[in-house]
Write a protein that binds this ligand. Structure first.
Ligand code: PEP
Ligand code: MG
Length: 748
């Protein structure tokens, strides 16, 4: 029988800190700790796995009960086996019968099948991962809740000690854990898609553009001269100007002077002069370019100014172009044509540059993706996936053949012939193949429903018109602000809004005022260092605190409304006060425009985005005050459920199928109907196959979605019977559990 004197156990383990001082090394300390814990818990096995930040995995570092040869050899990915899962989900996992659990990982000869009972507890320091403490036993159901408590206490104690031990050892410059080569990359990674489409091609790892490797290639070529460098300089300038012109034409709203940093560097005589000086002193052109660029990259990277730091990728990009041009005559090689870009993180302006340089797809690391990268990737129609790969593994992807399926969120590394064959029809499909869309949308029983488009870039308008969108339900005005280095002027904004209104030719256009903050930061003006940016100075709050910016934007919108009716909508309204305050600013702008004799919209409809629980509570008052409302479910779900919409670790908790979300949606739609004002929905829930019939059943008749989604949404609505949808919505609204709603949607 096991003695469960856990109080004693905790006291003993508290002495482990002293034990470390008596140990000759961290390994020695860990080994002794595992023996003490195994002894006190009367467990057959006790092991300590430590988290390797570089490889983002766990390494078995000490064990009592398993083969010693396994130490340093067994590596588990986060989520792999019960041990990996405990660290991934940051919770203790207690299994009575490990052999029946699909997460149980057997490693023959090491983690023997004979151990049935399994208890794994993550070792954490605050939120940072330190490792996992595991006990195992042959007797099924051997560990109980007292053991879980005790092991958690020990893990808490060990975390501090291990961290201290690591610090001490680093002071003595001793390698605590022998450096290990990055874990080999798997052939397949399941991630998250940020757009749609499939792409296949060789990888370019952008954040790591290796100027050295490029320069090294020079050794195998005929020697280059000063004239070659000057030719490369001219060629680079021509290429960049051509790219800029193409951008100005296709993406005039966001692309203004996007290559300006590149072009300025080329014109900076101290930069080019330094390269020329080195060449004159006998340094080869490629080496000179690479040396001078490295110097500038270092300078920029160290700068205290975040805007300069952001230019590092521009510099690498420029270096890449210059080096390729100095070595080759084919300018096209400098483009990313048909290559898949792999990046740790990406700024929206960088994505635009890559798009115009014909990148075929994107692979990003989790943590480096803001919602605007996803929005831009969708608008630029670049397939993109986010994967959980350790930063140290990125290099290994350079030049490897990749295939991504953005819809599924999957990445194949060097896909075999079976995978290629499966994807061949999709890869060869005409990008412009247009699905059939009806001019008007009606439900199966003939009720009229309106499908509007969400527009992020002006280039989305042609897709919206192709898909027969009946108007713009949401124009996200922030992209031109986010992509540039400073605020677009009133005039520039006017041109963008005017163009949008003109191209929609009389169809309703809803312009949303600036929604920055949260994860959509402006490098030049966002509030810096907020502890909780999603609860901070975001959207309308930012606009109301920055009156000049707000007024300039409103004036530009009102002026664009001179020729055709526009609607203005405010994001993240939390109170009637917010809304009325925003309306006063609009009126002030109208008066000023009138005084100046500037043509403008005299009666724009003003609307509220319902994205906050407080707005749901005040829905009657808001419906009385506003001309229309629009439900932003992306944020409403986030704020109702307190689940960060950008945090993949809790993505499973982010669901519109939550009874609180369904009831809030019904309350809002019902209130709008009672007050006789228009209500629409513009978040991603508007494209969800289960949510569409529910929303129709609640009485919603206007959906605003990404243009590419219109055919699918239309066909779901066409199959929907209003009376049936109403009954199903009523049933769903009576449900109290997420699982019940999910089972109901599935038809169980
Ligand atoms: C929303 O919150 O649902 C919405 C459409 O706005 P955004 O995604 O731009 O925050
Ligand atoms: Mg929103």
């Amino acid at each position: 029988m096991k003695q469960k004197d856990n109080v004693d156990l905790i006291c003993d383990i508290a002495e482990l800190a002293g034990l470390f001082e008596r140990s000759s090394s961290l390994e020695d300390f860990l080994k002794t700790a595992t023996s003490i814990i195994a002894w006190h818990m009367k467990a057959a096995v006790c092991s300590i796995y430590l988290y390797d930040e570089n490889n983002d995995d766990l390494v078995l570092r000490a064990t009592q009960g398993l083969e010693t040869a396994a130490v340093g050899q067994v590596r588990l990915k986060l989520g792999e086996g019960i041990t990996g899962l405990a660290l991934k989900e940051l919770r203790p996992i207690c299994e009575g019968r490990g052999s029946r659990n699909s997460s149980f990982k057997y490693i023959p000869g090491i983690l023997e099948e004979k151990f049935e009972a399994f208890l794994a507890v993550p070792i954490l320091r605050g939120l940072s991962k330190v490792g996992v403490l595991v006990v195992q036993d042959t007797q099924p159901h051997y560990f109980d809740e007292h053991d879980v408590k005790a092991l958690r206490a020990i893990a808490g104690q060990l975390a501090t000690t291990i961290e201290n031990a690591n610090l001490l050892m680093s002071v003595h410059a001793e390698a605590v854990v022998p450096p290990s080569a990055p874990a080999p990359l798997p052939r397949f990674i399941k991630g998250t898609g940020i757009s749609s489409g499939v792409a296949c091609g060789k990888a370019t790892v952008t954040n790591e553009i290796d100027l050295e490797a490029l320069r090294a290639a020079e050794g195998q070529m005929a020697p280059r001269t000063l004239q070659d460098f000057q030719r490369a300089l001219q060629e680079t300038e021509n290429q960049l100007t051509t790219l800029q012109n193409a951008l100005d034409e296709e993406l005039s709203d966001v692309a203004s002077l996007i290559f300006s940093a590149h072009l300025l560097m080329l014109k900076d005589s101290s930069f080019t002069g330094e390269i020329e000086d080195q060449i004159n002193q006998g340094v080869s052109p490629a080496k000179a370019i690479s040396q001078v660029l490295h110097k500038y990259i270092k300078l920029f990277a160290k700068s205290a100014n975040p805007r300069l730091r952001e230019k590092v990728l521009d510099l690498k990009d420029l270096g890449h172009r210059l080096l390729l041009n100095v070595m080759a005559h084919d300018g096209d090689q400098a483009d990313y044509g048909n290559r898949l870009i792999v990046a740790r993180e990406l700024l929206p302006s960088e994505l635009l540059k890559l798009a115009v340089q014909r990148a075929a797809g994107l692979v990003l690391l989790s943590g480096g993706v803001t919602s605007h990268i996803a929005i831009l990737a969708r608008s630029l129609q670049i397939p993109g996936v986010v994967v959980d790969v350790a930063p140290s593994q990125l290099d290994a992807l350079e030049d490897r053949e990749l295939l991504i399926d953005a819809g599924q969120g999957t990445l194949y590394i060097e896909p075999d012939s079976d995978i290629r064959e499966t994807y061949a029809p999709l890869l060869e499909a005409e990008p412009d193949a247009r699905p059939e869309v009806a001019d008007q949308t009606r439900s199966a029983d003939g009720t009229r429903v309106y499908l509007l488009a969400n527009i992020n870039l002006l280039s989305d308008v042609s897709r919206a018109l192709q898909m027969k969108a009946e108007g713009v339900g949401l124009y996200r005005s922030e992209l031109p602000f986010i992509v540039r280095d400073n605020f677009p002027s009133e005039e520039e904004q006017f041109r963008i809004y005017h163009r949008l209104v003109q191209r929609m030719a009389g169809r309703p256009v809803t312009l949303r005022t600036l929604d920055i903050g949260g994860d959509k930061m402006l490098s030049y003006a966002s509030p810096q260092h907020e502890a909780n940016p999603f609860l901070g100075l975001r959207a309308i709050r930012y606009s109301l605190r920055n009156r000049d910016t707000f007024e300039q934007q409103l004036r530009a919108m009102l002026r664009a409304g001179a020729a055709a009716p526009i609607r203005i909508m405010f994001p993240l309204i939390s109170s009637l006060d917010d809304y009325l305050h925003a309306c006063e600013v609009v009126q002030g702008c109208q008066l000023a425009l009138q005084r100046e004799g500037m043509p403008h919209s005299a009666q724009p409809e003003l609307g509220v985005m319902i994205e906050l629980p407080s707005a749901v509570e005040l829905i009657d008052e808001l419906c009385q005050a506003a001309d229309f409302i629009c439900i932003g479910t992306n944020d409403l779900v986030q704020y109702l459920l307190a689940v960060d919409r950008t945090n993949e670790k809790i993505a499973d908790l982010y669901t519109p199928y939550h009874p609180a979300v369904l009831r809030a949606l019904y309350r809002v739609i019902d209130a709008a109907e009672r007050h006789g004002i228009e209500v629409s929905i513009c978040g991603d829930a508007a494209t969800d196959a289960q949510m569409i019939p529910f929303l129709i059943g609640c009485g919603l008749r206007t959906f605003s979605v990404d243009p590419a989604e219109i055919p699918e949404v239309q066909s779901i609505i066409q199959r929907c019977n209003i009376e049936k949808a109403r009954k199903r919505a009523r049933r769903a609204l009576r449900m109290s559990r997420i699982s019940e709603i999910e089972a109901f949607w599935r038809g169980d």
